[in-house]
Design a protein around this ligand. Structure first.
Ligand code: HEM
Length: 476
């Protein structure tokens, strides 16, 4: 049941708030989250409002002041870990330690991000090999199911970087990883329906998690055991020939019981969950196929850069038009409707005086924010070179990049918790799109018409049945 702590009365409610209201709003939210969030955005453009979900309140914050307040709050006031723990039921779906000591976040932020340059040649090699296997470059158009194929591509590319050859090509490992995140979300939904005392039983018997963990273990245990044995043998963490990959980065930081196989397996999987289903590659594919007018300028840029710098991290960062195309995709058709989700641990007062009581979750509606005409001219038009043109203005060449979170651009969240994986995500996505442009022509079944997406709660799901047509690039 939805409770009414007294401070909550001062926060306006969207939708009815009486008996059964939770059910009505939950229904509207789960069937069309965007509509509800847009209504809230229009009614309370620089303030907060609340919606009653089934078992708690979600306070939605709009506008610069509110977002800055969330950014400035300490972790003891507004906590990201509790939100992840609740939403994903991490205790049962991954491992509670991932929340209690999230040292893997620092691994993503530093050694992983720092290795993009030195490992980029391998990532590029994997991109080329993956497309060769999945999408034939032939004279006739061939229909490719965009949604499933994009996850296969991203799964393999990211795993080349994370765990290297040969595991990144192992069909069972890839199948596990492209479905694991979905299993985590579905299992968490099931577990969340049970009262606290029944959650361990639901977690144990009603979900596929133990089986997934066992499957992951089968692939990773021999690798981890071998690395631990090498450390023993050479009496150092820096033994000769040590691979520069995720398992090594984790082992460099892991302490005591964190250095056991099950602990390390759940860390790897946590990063896979954060990295694969968020990438938006499917959205980029649809947008590319829908906008033939962007193809030539992008090709020209990529060819010039590759001549100068090759397929390197440095080269990718010089592809500014491509960066703009990607950023516009993330703005215009980005998947996440809510970012900066935080659990209120201590009553929290916004600068406008509104207090949100402990126990409630706060979030920011990125999708409707990104479609605000006050922030973006023609916000409902996909303008591939919008950010390229902005960067060309005096003194703004650094701003407006796809990796740079700011108030106008919340895809990766904001502040100190902004996605630590965004650097890899952006280089990977640019590398993928650039490869498509060099090798293929692409189009949609119906010219310019992206197959319809749907909303599930606050998530925008691209069409899961839509096709993108590919053929070998025709020289004109
Ligand atoms: C386009 C792709 C991606 C998007 C849109 C995305 C988005 C996000 C967002 C919105 C957050 C929460 C930020 C906040 O609440 O302030 C987040 C957190 C996180 N992301 Fe990403 N992400 C992407 C790719 C990745 C990748 C590739 C990795 C790993 C290599 C990754 C690892 C993480 C981790 C570990 C966190 C948790 C940070 C924390 O708790 O402080 N993400 N991401």
């Amino acid at each position: 049941a939805v409770s009414f702590p007294s401070q909550l009365n001062a926060i306006p409610t969207l939708g009815p708030s009486g008996f059964l209201s939770g059910y009505i709003v939950k229904y509207r939210f789960s069937s069309n989250g965007r509509e509800l969030l847009q209504e809230g955005y229009d009614k309370y453009p620089n303030g907060v409002y609340k919606i009653a979900l089934m078992d708690n309140w979600e306070v939605i914050a709009n506008g610069r002041m509110m977002i800055e307040d969330i950014q400035k709050a300490s972790d003891t006031q507004l906590d990201i870990k509790e939100v992840i723990a609740d939403t994903l039921q991490v205790k049962y779906t991954l491992n509670e330690q991932v929340i209690l000591d999230p040292y893997h976040i620092a691994i993503v932020r530093t050694p992983l991000t720092r290795s993009i340059a030195s490992r980029f040649a391998e990532v590029r090699e994997e991109i080329v090999a993956t497309f060769l296997d999945l999408i034939p470059a032939q004279e006739d158009w061939v229909k490719i199911p965009a949604y499933t194929t994009s996850f296969q591509i991203v799964g393999r590319t990211a795993n080349r970087f994370f765990v290297g050859l040969p595991l990144c090509r192992d069909p069972d490992w890839l199948d596990l990883n492209t479905h694991f995140a979905v299993n985590v979300f579905l299992s968490a939904q099931i577990i969340n329906r049970f009262p606290r005392f029944l959650k361990p039983i639901a977690g144990r018997f009603l979900t596929r998690m133990p089986a997934s963990m066992k499957r992951a273990n089968k692939h990773l245990a021999p690798i981890i055991e071998d690395r631990l044995a090498k450390e023993e043998e050479y009496k150092t963490k820096d033994w000769p020939g040590k691979p520069n990959d995720l398992i090594s980065w984790l082992l460099d930081e892991a302490k005591n019981e964190q250095r056991t196989v099950p602990e390390l397996v759940s860390r790897v999987l946590s990063i896979e969950v954060a990295a694969i289903h968020t990438t938006n590659f499917c959205n980029a594919l649809y947008e590319l196929a829908a906008h033939p007018e962007v193809i030539e300028p992008l090709r020209e840029e990529i060819e010039t850069v590759v001549k100068e710098s090759g397929w390197t991290k440095e080269g990718i960062s010089k592809m500014r038009k491509l960066d703009s195309f990607l950023k516009e995709t993330l703005r215009f058709s980005g998947a996440g409707g809510l970012v900066d989700r935080r659990k209120v641990l201590q009553d929290f007062t916004f600068s406008n005086g509104t207090t949100v009581p402990a126990g409630v979750t706060i979030s920011v509606p990125s999708y409707v924010h990104h479609h605000d005409e006050a922030l973006y001219e023609n916000a409902y038009t996909f303008d591939a070179f919008r950010f390229y043109n902005m960067r060309s203005r005096e003194g703004e060449s650094i701003k407006h990049q796809a990796i740079s979170p700011n108030f106008d651009y919340l895809t990766f969240g904001t502040g100190r918790h902004a996605c630590p994986g965004r650097f890899f995500a952006v280089y990977e996505l640019k590398g993928l799109i650039a490869h498509i442009l060099m090798l293929y022509d692409v189009k949609l079944e119906e010219e310019g018409v992206i197959p319809p997406h749907k909303w599930r709660g606050s998530s925008k799901i691209p069409s899961q049945t839509g096709m993108v047509l590919f053929r070998k690039r025709q020289e004109i």
